[in-house]
Design a protein around this ligand. Structure first.
Ligand code: SF4
Length: 427
């Protein structure tokens, strides 16, 4: 058996009969969303073992930027430098008219170095196995798999991995793992469908955008008013509510997930920001590594939860893992608070001799703003931004131009792809 290393951890590569690459990890995989090439680079840099992306066709996030084949090749090459892999979501439920061209599309994914597709439709499963044998086929959560007999069925079909439905409990995961030897991928963080995932037609009904063909407009998060018979109940706005669910967060339950035998920890959110992806991936990376290094001495660190909270501000819960969410697990109040921190800039260069960094602006900031630099592995420090200069050395009073390059002195060393963020309202 060939042994490779991935982010310092042993990886056993097993060639499944006629299937091309096959990896079995000695630790759970951290699988992150990447809505575009830049997000892919941040996800991998902050510790993802694998990322999932959308191509131009057959995926469920038609509003995400989605990748061309050329961008996929670049993403695969970048990820490979870290020992990470790239998966492509091809998880629509296909109508007949969607299928012509699917074999060519899958062959091109294979040629681009994509490790696996995530798919739900048996027509795509069968086509991939027949025409692109170098691609692993992972069964999408869209198939709503929640019992061991179903997992066994997909194993017998020849699939190496099943992404369980978000509605699967921890007890059910343990039972599935004890009965079937197949990789299980589980959502551990991010938005939930208020309906059973993959079974919702709210978006189709309200906007004619099919959630099972990539068009969901998140109708469950809209604001609704209460009507009865022919009119509103009370004054308009009296009973305003949403149908959205709290977001899933399992950072407090890493030992349970690992001990239940989950092979891949999946973070939701291909539409989310770089700041969100990097912060969430960074926090889970640290938690998983801490547990794997010392299961007995493992303890949750408040800094991991704080890091997640700095990039997003939706209420969190543990989804279906420990009990079926009840009335208190929905978001009734249509109040979306912004994240407490704003992503201000990306570090592009750093000169250790001068202590000067070149940063690329992502939201306005000024000298004298309190900023925080954050890197992979929980490395972070705060400072007050001193004088700013453009690349010609001219003083800048407000970094107001998107993507503008600026020089700034940092109080501690930084590295390319570190993030600089500021408290909301501090500039
Ligand atoms: S409308 Fe909401 S519940 Fe329905 S598919 Fe979209 S996100 Fe899920």
């Amino acid at each position: 058996m060939e042994v490779l290393t991935m982010n310092g951890t042993a990886v056993h590569a097993e060639a499944a009969a006629g299937k091309g690459r096959r990896y079995r990890l000695d630790r759970p995989e951290l699988l992150a969303p990447a809505g575009n090439l830049e997000k892919l680079k941040f996800a991998v840099h902050y510790g993802a073992d694998a990322v999932y992306i959308g191509g131009q066709s057959y995926g469920l996030r038609s509003n995400a930027d989605n990748f061309s084949f050329e961008e996929m090749r670049e993403g695969v090459e970048f990820a490979a430098r870290y020992g990470a892999k790239v998966f492509v979501a091809t998880n629509i439920y296909a109508h007949q008219e969607d299928l012509p061209g699917i074999a060519d599309y899958l062959k091109q994914l294979e040629a681009a170095g994509i490790a696996a597709i995530i798919t739900a439709d048996p027509a795509i499963v069968e086509t991939a196995m027949a025409h692109a044998p170098g691609l692993e086929v992972h069964l999408s959560t869209q198939q709503s798999t929640m019992n061991w007999q179903a997992v066994k069925f997909w194993k017998e079909v020849g699939l190496p991995r099943v992404v369980l439905a978000r509605e699967t409990s921890m007890e059910e995961i343990r039972e599935i793992k004890s009965k079937v030897d197949l990789e299980l991928e589980v959502f551990i963080h991010g938005a939930m469908c208020s309906s059973v995932s993959g079974r919702c037609v709210l978006s189709n009904h309200f906007t004619d955008r099919d959630s099972n063909r990539g068009g969901c407009c998140q109708s469950c998060r809209w604001k609704y008013d209460l009507h009865q018979d022919h009119g509103p109940v009370g004054d308009p706005g009296d009973h305003m509510f949403t149908m959205g669910s709290k977001d899933l967060c399992m950072i407090r339950h890493i030992p349970d997930l690992i001990e239940a035998g989950v092979d891949s920890f999946k973070i939701e959110g291909r539409m989310k920001s770089i700041h969100y992806v990097a912060s969430v991936v960074g926090a889970y990376r640290q938690a998983i590594d801490a547990y794997m290094a010392d299961p007995e001495g493992y303890a949750l660190r408040p800094a991991w939860e704080e890091e997640i909270g700095k990039a997003a501000n939706r209420p969190l819960n543990t989804g279906f893992f420990y009990s079926t969410p009840g009335a208190s697990e929905h978001i009734y109040e249509p109040e979306e608070k912004p994240a407490p921190y704003d992503f201000a800039a990306i570090v592009r260069e750093y000169d250790p001799k001068t202590g000067i960094a070149v940063v690329e602006q992502r939201s306005p900031f000024r000298p004298n703003t309190e900023v925080e630099f954050v890197g992979p592995g929980g490395r972070s420090f705060k400072q007050v931004a001193g004088p700013l200069a453009d690349m010609d050395g001219k003083a800048v009073d407000v970094a107001r131009h998107p993507l503008q390059l600026l020089r700034i002195r940092t109080s501690e060393p930084v590295a390319p792809l570190d993030m600089m963020r500021k408290k909301i309202g501090s500039a």
